[in-house]
Design a protein around this ligand. Sequence first.
Ligand code: NAD
Length: 365
Amino acid sequence: MSHNPRRQFLTQSAALAATPLLASFAGKAFADDPARKLGVALVGLGSLATNQIAPALQKTRNCRLAAIVTGTPSKAETWKKQYGIPDKNIYDYKTMNRMADNKDIDIVYVVTPNALHLEYALAAAAAGKHVFCEKPMEISVERCQQMIDGVKKAGRMLGVGYRCQFDPNHLECVRLAKEKVLGELKVIDANFGFAMGDPTQWRLKRDLAGGGCLMDVGIYCLQTARMLTGEEPVWFSATETKTDPVKFKEVEETILWQAKFPSGVVVSSVSTYNANGLAGFRAATQRGWFGLEPAYFYGGNRGKRSDGPDINFPVADQFATELEDFADCILNKRQSKVSGEMGLADVKYLMTIYDSVKKGRPVTL
Ligand code: NAD
């Protein structure tokens, strides 16, 4: 296994590139008509935009990479050549307001550091564009609310990049829980982490990241708990450990949280920036268990259930699928299941976990 989980995501995704794409996508009513594809502008051409989102956009049937926003002229040149983006569709962070005049752009996908999501989402909405925003939605509940309000005021649609909501393996686990196939769900154990490399990156800076491993990868485990229970948590207890106070001076290194849900389901979760090998969940039920390992990679997620059959659905490109769904929401005027409200609720729970760490005691919502 690679010691770099982000690289590992890439490798596993590449292995899946041959999968017939989006075959299982539910909103398949949209025909492959280039004239009707919605134009997507990517804001922030970093690792995720470069390695996942831009390639995924080449596979979608109802959207296309139409524009880019970057502060680095050399990147603009590379992308322009690679994706045939015309000069008029290349922006920097200060010229986004000019998008208002550009009919090529329907959706602005914000892929910058967390604390910059609001600024660019609002700029996009003000230019009359729909907004798709990476997770975590922002670094405070207030800033998430401002994004929701700004996009609503512009009469546009807002979605958050929760790719696992479109992974058929996750959806199968939701079905097992909901239909009580193995009896009632009782306990969830969900963990995600990786060993952080570059000590100078924005993920370790509080003003840009808003927090550490919890904001970045712990959020996936929270999503798992909310998806499987179909409920909202009512109680959190959390604690933090730090073995490298220099590298993790500004944000948490490892955090352990527990939660209770109204039905009595309890959840335990570890997220970390200092260990590899954590990327799965197990759900214990009255008569057995099911889970995914890995659960949170870009591709190759798979799992098992105690009564026998493997959970191993072919995963279409998660980013292509989530973008196709968002475009379909716009075209058919339906609410996205990965809404701004969902993104805000997650940030509220993440803040409650931090609050519990700070207070050194459980917090009831
Ligand atoms: P990255 O560091 O690789 O890219 C960030 C981009 O933002 C770069 O192009 C950088 O130039 C730009 N940027 C603009 N202003 C900046 C500033 N002031 N400081 C630093 N960079 C600035 O990060 P990434 O891994 O691509 O993550 C971007 C976003 O995507 C984050 O919100 C992250 O949580 C999210 N993400 C989501 C997933 C997922 O699976 N859904 C995976 C990785 C990252």
